[in-house]
Design a protein around this ligand. Structure first.
Ligand code: ME8
Length: 641
């Protein structure tokens, strides 16, 4: 039987519609699952929604509806967003489902019966958005590090899970199994948390205050809704289908760093107390930042995934997210970066290989794939590059290096493009005696494209299926097909068509961004980057001759009120420079001032007076002008370098 693989996303809170961060984790797990399916493993992919609690109840109240009606609606929004993003999950769990609640109650009772849940009074600083207490030390400037808001002091009689008891055990687990939490930086963070007492975990609230939760089986006056409810989803879904033995040992959790403590500390200790084995890995990624800030509704920088899908297509969007984030680190989202990535990798490199291959097959072989002719070293070298990729890609994916997996495939696509240029099939086509070689080149290109379509299938399932259909070989694929080099057999008819990934018009995009930046920039938006001119080489800059000058006279321009006609002493020479700074400087202010002059500017007539150079000045956003000068006196004519 195929080796099992069980991958999970966090279950998302239903107090807001999904944004690019939720989409990222879910796409990531979709891609991870699809690679494992492609490699023949027995995959189960679970996602879902976290529906209980105080903030959900408040959101429902604000929406003027009941909690149940509210969570039904928002949970459905998540599901339909995942459908649009091509997420092939196997199971979707909602914490309000009876099948989940039954498992939570069963586990709670077990842990309670063995004495690991106690009743007590607790006072502390509570962040309602995180639904947990914080220690003073965890706060940043007195605020919750996730939400930047001050937690409120709360004191309540609740039930507590005796988490502290399991601290030594958990440290030992992390030491003997260094891979359990990865990348390593997050494992170290958890180890640091475990150096000091972790306290006991509050797991219930009085029903009278917060009814929206799961009743404790031994005390109907209290409900659980916090982490004891949410984390158990990973287990309850399996139990409700009788699949726990098959999949639990292969559990791979994917989360972002915001919920590291609940997953790295609460969850393993809960599992231990419940007598259950640990998951296989906790995989922790960084944040998508928008213009270097965390996304938030109040800043107004929330990026909606479906808007981007509308503009760029789902597969291109998925590709970008995985290619441009290094797992574990934060990444900054910018739409221009997305557009540039789509153009460079997909429209240019991959699009070019497809257009060339189909074009040449049409032109030289009537659109029909030939058998291989004689093969040379160059043909074998390209085949060898692709043959190594299925293993390499799977290794990268299993090590969470998604960006490197995609970079490796795209490097092979670039190599295929270079191969076409080097083998110059258009030259081979001129000589009848080289028809066999031409066959080899055309067939090699078709196989390279097919292999690419398999290797990128988990990331871009829809477009890669279209690519295979264009090559005349639709149908299911396995990762090994990428190395087979015989999947586009002789006689297959290829089809030309529209570009798989249309090129994005970057200039038009930049123009809309400029308009957009002014019109809907949120009040606290970060400043736009400088509008840089195109980069120049040092040699270009060296062409500009800048010299120190002293203004010796400033006269009115005969034909223009806003211009001064300046006489500038450059040492051995005197120049006349017409300058538009009259609104900023009087003649008295100017005469005797040291300035920087562009000395080799071609002379130009300005309203009838010839100007022999230009003086440099800076202007700020408010329109205040300041002449560029020197911080100590130098002789006129000295060169500025
Ligand atoms: O915490 N960048 O739900 P949640 C990347 N219900 N990923 C991001 C992100 C960003 N800027 N913002 C959010 C909860 N995410 C609990 C989880 S699990 C048993 C209970 C993703 O709706 C990322 O996966 O706040 C993060 O961990 C998750 O959304 C938090 O989702």
């Amino acid at each position: 039987m195929a080796e099992p693989y069980y991958a999970t996303t966090p279950i998302f809170y239903v107090n807001a519609a999904p944004h690019i961060g939720h989409a990222y984790t879910t796409i990531l797990v979709d891609v991870a699952s699809r690679y494992q399916r492609l490699a023949g493993r027995d995959v189960r992919f679970l996602t879902g929604t976290d529906e209980h609690g105080e903030k959900i109840a408040k959101a429902a109240e604000a929406a003027g509806t009941t909690p149940q009606a509210y969570v039904d609606e928002v949970s459905a929004q998540f599901r339909s967003a995942w459908d649009e993003l091509g997420i092939a999950y196997d199971a979707f769990i909602r914490t309000t489902e009876p099948r989940h609640q039954a498992v939570v109650q069963e586990v709670l009772q077990r842990v309670y019966d063995q004495g690991d849940i106690i009743y007590g009074e607790y006072g502390g600083l509570y962040c309602v958005k995180c639904e947990r207490y914080y220690t003073e030390k965890e706060l940043e400037d007195g605020t919750c590090p996730q939400h930047g808001i001050a937690p409120e002091y709360r004191s309540e009689a609740n039930y507590f899970f005796r988490m502290e008891t399991y601290r030594p055990w958990l440290r030992e687990q992390l030491e003997t199994n260094p891979d359990l939490i990865r990348p390593e930086g997050y494992r170290n963070e958890v180890l640091a948390m475990l150096r000091e007492p972790i306290g006991d975990l509050s797991i219930s609230r009085p029903k009278a205050r917060v009814p929206w939760g799961i009743p404790l089986p031994w005390d109907e006056e209290h409900v659980t809704y916090v982490w004891f409810d949410a984390l158990l989803n990973y287990w309850s879904d399996l139990v409700s289908h009788g699949l726990e033995e098959r999949y639990w040992p292969a559990a791979e959790h994917f989360i972002a760093k915001d919920i590291l403590k609940p997953h790295g500390v609460f969850w393993p200790t809960m599992l231990k107390a419940a007598g259950l084995p640990l998951f296989r890995h906790l995989n922790v990624h960084g944040y998508w930042l928008v213009e270097d800030r965390k996304m938030s509704k109040s800043v107004g920088n929330v990026v909606r995934p479906l808007d981007l899908v509308d503009r760029y297509g789902n597969d291109a969007f998925r590709y970008f997210l995985l290619r441009d984030m290094r797992f574990g680190l934060d990444a900054s989202f910018h739409e221009l970066g997305l557009a540039e990535r789509v153009n460079a990798d997909l429209a240019n490199d991959l699009g070019n290989l497809l257009a060339r291959t189909v074009g040449m097959l049409g032109k030289y072989r009537g659109g029909v794939v030939p058998a291989f002719g004689p093969r040379e070293d160059a043909d074998r070298a390209l085949q060898a590059t692709f043959a190594a990729l299925p293993d390499a890609v799977l290794r990268h994916v299993e090590a969470l290096h998604y960006d490197e997996a995609l970079a490796a495939v795209m490097a092979a696509v670039s190599e295929a493009n270079r191969y076409v240029s080097d083998r110059a099939p258009w030259e081979l086509a001129k000589e009848a005696a080289r028809a066999g070689e031409l066959d080899t080149v055309l067939r090699t290109c078709a196989e390279a494209l097919y292999a690419t379509s398999v290797l990128l299938d988990p990331v871009m399932p829809e477009r890669m299926a279209t690519l295979r259909a264009r090559l005349g070989v639709p149908g299911d694929v396995h990762l090994d097909d990428a190395a087979a080099w015989d999947r586009v057999p002789e006689g297959t008819r290829v089809e030309a068509g529209e570009a798989l990934f249309p090129r994005v018009d970057l200039e038009a995009l930049k123009a809309t961004m400029e308009v957009g930046d002014g019109a809907d920039a949120p009040a606290e938006a970060v400043e736009a980057p400088l509008p840089h001119k195109p980069e120049i080489a040092i040699d270009d800059f060296a062409k500009v001759e800048l010299r120190v000058g002293t203004i010796t006279a400033a006269e009115d321009h005969p034909n223009a009120d806003r211009l001064w006609v300046l006489t500038v002493d450059l040492g051995p020479e005197t120049r006349t420079v017409v300058s538009g700074i009259k609104a900023h400087y009087t003649a008295e202010q100017l005469v005797g001032t040291t300035v920087i002059v562009v000395a080799n500017l071609a002379p130009a007539k300005l309203r009838g007076v010839t100007s022999q150079g230009m003086i440099l000045a800076a202007e700020d956003a408010e329109g205040t002008l300041s002449l560029a000068g020197l911080d100590r006196p130098l002789a006129p004519g000295s060169e500025v370098r």
